[in-house]
Design a protein. Structure first.
Ligand SMILES: O=C1O[C@H](COP(=O)(O)O)[C@@H](O)[C@H](O)[C@H]1O
Length: 276
């Protein structure tokens, strides 16, 4: 699969990475002019990625993110899926949908990443309910986020059959201005937790109680795409791609098995080496 070319592709960054980034498989940095162009380009690439996975396996699996750019991508996916281009025809009845993180609040709370994803995409493309795997809400019968996290780890492992995590063709991550991905925040217990799914408490960003994939589950995905827009995130992007420790900038530790793609708008890329 080829991503649409960005306004500038900083391939030199990956080539020059003989230091801290040398062990990142398939590292790519794509820069689009603005958030709208980024969301549209990622949506197009996402459809192509799922279609390619279905061509090989018959099914595809995607891990969704919340956040501004993540939800904008899903809206564009829904639009493009209505009249798919060649190579982007996805059979939505054969797509498994998981989440990278979720807020431990009631199911109808607007803070739920699941709610945003359903409105933006899932209610519009017809993924069968049994293939949609939301992280539990706080009113779904779990007293604590720890119980919810353990349950989701079990759901992943049940789907895998053997091993802790099923095949995840594509895992999307947004990033916060301090470098958090999913709900793994800097210097938090989740940043050093080896479990596939972790409970998160006392987040600096509200709501404070969450459930998140851990780094071990993120690393099991075939491809990890980090979607980042806005000048407020430029410093964290530069630190992550400059080889920061994952405890300091969690985004630095998000890597896929075959590919790790940083998909940025120009503002988010503005502090990278080579940015004009
Ligand atoms: O809290 C969260 O924040 C990140 C980033 O969100 P953004 O609005 O700054 O793009 C998001 O990726 C994550 O899923 C979410 O729970």
């Amino acid at each position: 699969m080829t991503l649409p070319p960005g306004d500038r592709i900083l391939a030199a960054l990956a080539e020059a990475a003989d230091g801290p980034l040398a062990d990142v498989p398939g590292l790519q940095v794509v820069v689009e002019p603005d958030a709208e162009a980024l969301a549209r380009a990622v949506a197009s690439a996402l459809l192509a990625r799922l279609a390619a996975a279905q061509a090989v396996h018959g099914t595809a699996s995607v891990v969704l993110t919340g956040g501004g750019i993540g939800t904008a991508v899903l809206r564009h996916v829904a639009e493009l899926a209505a009249e798919p281009a060649p190579g982007q025809q996805v059979d939505w009845t054969a797509v498994d949908v998981w989440w990278g993180d979720e807020r431990f609040v009631p199911a109808d709370d607007d803070e739920r990443n699941e709610k945003g994803a359903r409105e933006a995409l899932l209610d519009r493309v017809g993924v069968p309910p049994e293939r949609v795997h939301p992280m539990p809400a706080s009113d779904a019968g779990f007293d604590t986020p720890e119980e919810a996290a353990d349950w989701y780890a079990g759901a992943l492992s049940d789907a895998a059959g053997d091993g802790p995590v099923p095949r995840l063709d594509l895992l999307l991550l947004g990033m916060g201005p301090e470098g958090h991905v999913a709900s793994i925040f800097p210097d938090s217990p989740a940043a050093t937790d080896e479990r596939t799914v972790v409970a998160v408490r006392d987040c600096l960003k509200p709501p404070p109680t969450r459930v998140s994939l851990g780094f071990s589950a993120i690393a099991a995905a075939e491809e990890v795409w980090l979607l980042v827009s806005g000048e407020g995130k430029a410093e964290a992007v530069a630190r992550a791609l400059g080889g920061a420790a994952r405890t300091d900038v969690p985004a630095a530790g998000a890597r896929g098995r075959r590919a790790t793609r940083w998909l940025l708008d120009a503002a988010a890329a503005s502090r990278l080496p080579g940015a004009g």
